[in-house]
Design a protein around this ligand. Structure first.
Ligand code: GLU
Length: 550
């Protein structure tokens, strides 16, 4: 019996060869230097910020070089529910316009290098594994869990390296006939790669972020096919897919760095050129004086849905990630305010190789505030409405009913040289403008804080005098303000701040105190955008009604 016989016994139905697949997945027809990148998440039903940040790098690299960015779902861990998880990944990418050039979604396959879902590529993996068995570079391993555990305990006890290698690789030494017999007897097995490496030797590896690294050769006979579902492990599946799909650049988390020797050996075993690797630093956040990994469990901002739920503009989220992707991004963006992140030339060397990539919500909030402040009122309205449709139905109905009115509210101190920077996200808009809607104003428990003026009769006097003698809906802003000053003078408040500061005892207060009373009665808040605009939009009837409420 030969290894070929063994391979046929294990994979009787595999009739194709690796050559067939190489022909089916020919080199891509792209310009010189074009990069082929992929986002290859394992669908877990959860989209981590760290995954999304890798997808952005993939997209930028491909876009910069007129290449291809594709999505591959790595679902070989079948314990998980895949369908919704794949949907979540795709809808998240689409939501941010980080749509891949090639993907598979809802039975639609875009691109010639699919299937793009690993569980549908079983036959391909089997063909490659069959080949390895034929050339004596892979073998079935019948070791049971207990045996492996025992071996591990021994290795720990004698302080040997942990793993299945060298003299510990027991099944490596079974004869072909023994292997066949065990299979015929129905013994369970996995398939292991047969390493030819020597852990004492080192080789040079170029990581595009970290530069040239000296790594030990792999000598582990890693599992490449699991026993129960006969699906490959990540190590093997990623090799086959990146090879056939002609990936030029693999962007993945630094937790994969220790697996590089295995991966390089797999590529070598097939005489294939390995892609370039960009191992991205972990996303970390500050906690007190130290930094720690952004955690799915502890940090809501670790999940992409957080940004959608809170209504952060997609552009701001991407921008905040770009600033941690490349340290020079911000400067570039300041110089090129009209360009998008896709125009930026990403350089892996400018990623932080040690200490992680520091993510900061404060930074996102600032970027977002700036971004929203530069939108037109109609744009903010459309985005707000889109967000509210899903996340705040009641508010959605209100702003739909009063569309023009809402646009006017959103236009206060906007579309000018120095627009107001109030909103960090769409969710934060309602808490700042709710008082403009009677439906919300009338139903809310209100607390008024008139600040310096506390006497109820005095407050009433100010408001009544204002409405009776000075209020005129058609006044322009200057006239309006002059009238508030006159009102102040009439009631014994300073209209000139300088005079007030010089002789505070001569006055009951000043014009700011008086306008605060007007502001608070119509909004309940002493901090609002331009009062003149607010009064104008509210109109006389509503102002009177609100005065009567106190
Ligand atoms: N499926 C792997 C993961 O989710 C992807 C690693 C890679 O991009 O190669 O970690």
């Amino acid at each position: 019996m030969t290894n070929k016989d063994l391979a046929n016994i294990i994979f009787p139905d595999i009739t194709k060869t690796i050559e067939d697949y190489k022909n089916m997945y020919p080199a891509r027809n792209l310009e010189e230097g074009a990069k082929v990148t992929r986002f290859a998440p394992s669908p877990t039903g959860f989209m981590h910020l760290g995954g999304f940040y890798q997808a952005i790098i993939d997209k930028v690299l491909a876009h910069n070089s007129k290449g291809i960015f594709y999505l591959r779902n790595e679902d070989t861990d079948q314990k998980r529910e895949v369908k919704e998880a794949v949907e979540l990944i795709m809808t998240t990418l689409n939501y941010y316009n980080v749509t891949p050039d090639e993907y598979e979604f809802n039975d639609e396959v875009i691109g010639n290098y699919g299937p793009y879902i690993q569980s549908k590529r079983k036959e391909i993996y089997h063909t490659f594994i069959k080949h390895l068995i034929e050339i004596d570079r892979a073998y079935p391993c019948f070791c049971k869990k207990e045996e492996l555990d025992e071996m591990r305990t021994k290795q720990e006890k004698y302080k040997s390296r942990i793993g299945y290698y060298g003299r510990y690789a027991k099944c490596r030494n079974l004869s072909i006939d023994e292997k066949i017999e065990k299979i015929k007897n129905g013994e369970e097995y996995v398939i292991r790669f047969k390493s030819l490496g020597d852990n004492e030797k080192r080789f040079f590896f170029d990581d595009l972020v970290r530069g040239t690294l000296s790594l030990p050769e792999n000598d582990q006979d890693i599992v490449i096919m699991k026993s129960n579902d006969k699906l490959p492990t990540y190590h093997f599946a990623h090799f086959v897919d990146d090879y056939l799909m002609h990936t030029t650049h693999v962007v993945r988390g630094e937790e994969w760095l220790p697996s590089v020797p295995v991966h390089i050996e797999l590529f070598k075993a097939f005489d294939a050129k390995a892609p370039k690797y960009i191992h991205t630093p972990l996303i970390v956040k500050k906690e007190g004086n130290s930094v720690r990994k952004l955690s799915k469990r502890k940090d809501p901002e670790a999940t992409m849905s957080y940004y959608e739920e809170n209504g952060y503009p997609q552009e701001a989220v991407i921008e905040s990630l770009m600033t941690i992707i490349n340290s020079n991004y911000e400067e570039w963006h300041d110089k090129n305010p009209d360009k998008t992140y896709l125009d930026f030339t990403f350089s892996p060397k400018k990623m932080s190789a040690t200490g992680g990539a520091l993510y900061d919500m404060e930074k996102l909030n600032n970027i977002s505030k700036n971004f929203i402040s530069k939108l037109s009122a109609i744009e903010v309205y459309d985005r707000l409405s889109n967000w509210a449709k899903t996340y705040d139905k009641e508010f959605f109905e209100l702003i739909t009913k009063y569309k023009e009115y809402t646009i006017n509210i959103l236009n206060i101190e906007r579309e000018q040289k120095k627009p107001r920077k109030d909103y960090e996200n769409y969710k934060g808009i309602k808490p700042q403008i709710w008082y403009m809607y009677d439906e919300l104003f009338d139903t809310k428990e209100k607390e008024y804080d008139f600040q310096n003026i506390t006497d109820k009769d005095e407050i009433k006097l100010i408001l009544n005098t204002y409405m009776e003698k000075y209020y005129d809906e058609s006044d322009d802003k200057d006239t309006w303000f002059n009238k508030v000053k006159k009102l102040s003078e009439e009631l014994g408040y300073a209209s000139n701040m300088k005079e007030y500061k010089e002789n505070p005892d001569n006055f009951k207060g000043n014009v700011a105190d008086v306008s605060t009373v007007i502001r608070v009665v119509v909004t309940t808040s002493s901090m609002t955008p331009d009062l003149y605009e607010i009064l104008k939009l509210l109109g006389k009837t509503r102002i009177l009604k609100r005065i009567n409420l106190i």
